[in-house]
Design a protein around this ligand. Structure first.
Ligand SMILES: NC(=O)c1ccc[n+]([C@@H]2O[C@H](COP(=O)([O-])OP(=O)(O)OC[C@H]3O[C@@H](n4cnc5c(N)ncnc54)[C@H](O)[C@@H]3O)[C@@H](O)[C@H]2O)c1
Length: 251
């Protein structure tokens, strides 16, 4: 119960990595505040967790209004000890295919959204000497084919985490990221059904492809815990070994 009496906010908690993360912190004793866009999914996840330690709110975190509403709710609960910025979308396509509107949506959700939420939680985190864990991606550490907009958003998070860690250190706030590779979630469900594609992923993701989201959640909980008290500004690949490769194909 290492998060007993701690308030942990998980964005994008309606499914996938966020849902697994909320479950993990809750199992470790935390009071969790879940947020995502879809009330339907979120209310189901919340209903399966202890009612006296679970709150939820639906909000669009790509907007200032949504991010402020979430921070206000957390403040009313006593202020966040841990903020998990995880909500995200993935826009695929080449530069010829991706519209200006889709580019803006990608950056607004994945990068500006993380900025807005972190900004409006900063005072709470200062008060609690808390920490932030962001779900970035291996797509923030290297390029993917036909995913440049997603790569740009996650690459932004990679360096935002480092710089915020420097600013946060003097305030007692740690800031880290996890960088998962292919993980089972609503975002990837179309890919998971493609057997040929999964075979290609298994060639490049040596330990577990596709990964179970609980493995990512466990790494997030570690970074948020006192065991990681000396760790800040880190982008931790939670990728089954993808980033261990120099990119040459297996023989
Ligand atoms: N699944 C993977 O293979 C994988 C790999 C690396 C990184 N990631 C990252 O993990 C994070 C979680 O994704 P997932 O795979 O669990 O997908 P998912 O689709 O299951 O979950 C995404 C969550 O984000 C929420 N969300 C999206 N836009 C939002 C907004 N504007 N406001 C509020 N909530 C919003 C959704 O409601 C949902 O709850 C994302 O940041 C994603 O980029 C996923």
């Amino acid at each position: 119960m290492r998060f007993d009496n701690k308030i942990v906010v998980v964005t994008g908690a309606g499914s996938g990595i966020g849902e697994a993360t909320a479950r993990r912190f809750s199992a470790d004793g935390a009071t969790v505040l879940l947020v995502a866009r879809s009330e339907e999914k979120l209310s189901k996840v919340a209903a399966s967790l202890p009612s006296d330690r679970t709150e939820w709110i639906s909000a669009d975190l790509s907007t200032e209004e949504g991010a402020r509403a979430l921070a206000a709710k957390a403040q009313a609960m006593g202020g966040a000890d841990v903020l998990v910025n995880n909500a995200g979308i993935a826009v695929g396509g080449t530069i010829e295919e991706v519209s200006v509107e889709d580019w803006n949506k990608q950056i607004q959700t994945n990068l500006t959204g993380y900025f807005l939420v972190t900004k409006f939680f900063w005072d709470q985190l200062k008060a609690k000497k808390g920490n932030v864990v962001m779900t970035s991606s291996v797509s923030g550490l290297g390029g993917d084919w036909e995913m440049f907009a997603y790569n740009a958003s996650k690459g932004g998070i990679t360096n935002m985490v480092r710089a915020l860690a420097l600013d946060g250190a003097k305030l007692g706030i740690r800031v880290n990221a996890v960088n998962p590779a292919l993980t089972k979630s609503d975002m990837t469900k179309d890919m998971l059904d493609d057997a040929a594609l999964m075979a290609k992923f298994r060639e490049r993701q040596p330990l577990e492809a596709p990964a179970d989201p609980s493995g990512v959640a466990d790494a997030i909980a570690f970074l948020a815990s006192p065991d990681a008290r000396l760790i800040t500004g880190v982008n931790l690949p939670v990728d089954g070994g993808v980033m261990a490769s120099n990119g040459q194909p297996p023989q």
